[in-house]
Design a protein around this ligand. Structure first.
Ligand code: FES
Length: 116
């Protein structure tokens, strides 16, 4: 089964001052998605900076023939909700998942979309 590619920015600091060896919030989000029982809903990949550094942790999702979305305002505790959203994204012919159709915690996460 084809699943969406989910790039998670592992360098996002989400506005936090971190110790030099502390994991970034972006790394924590990536690892929370990777460890989630529903992780198979996405093809998870790492990326370094999606140019959305002022919007919390960031990610991007795409599948052939669907809109590509830039996502923000994310955090590790939202990993399960993000995977639920990815499943809805995969089901929709164009990848459009209205706020009413996704977890309430992700109602403001869309930062932008691009044609595929
Ligand atoms: S460091 Fe994550 S978007 Fe820039």
């Amino acid at each position: 089964m084809t699943v969406p590619v989910l790039h998670v920015c592992v360098t996002c600091r989400a506005g936090e001052a971190l110790a030099e060896d502390a994991p970034t919030p972006g790394r924590l989000l990536h690892d929370a998605v990777a460890a989630h029982p529903q992780a198979g809903r996405v093809d998870l990949r790492e990326v370094m900076c999606l140019a959305s550094c002022d919007h919390g942790c960031a990610a991007a999702i795409h599948m052939p023939g669907k809109w590509r979305y830039l996502l923000g305002r994310l955090a590790a505790p939202l990993a399960g909700d993000l995977l639920e959203y990815a499943a809805r994204y995969a089901e929709h012919p164009t990848g459009t998942v209205l706020p009413s159709k996704r977890p309430a915690s992700l109602s403001r996460m869309i930062l932008g979309r691009m044609p595929s």
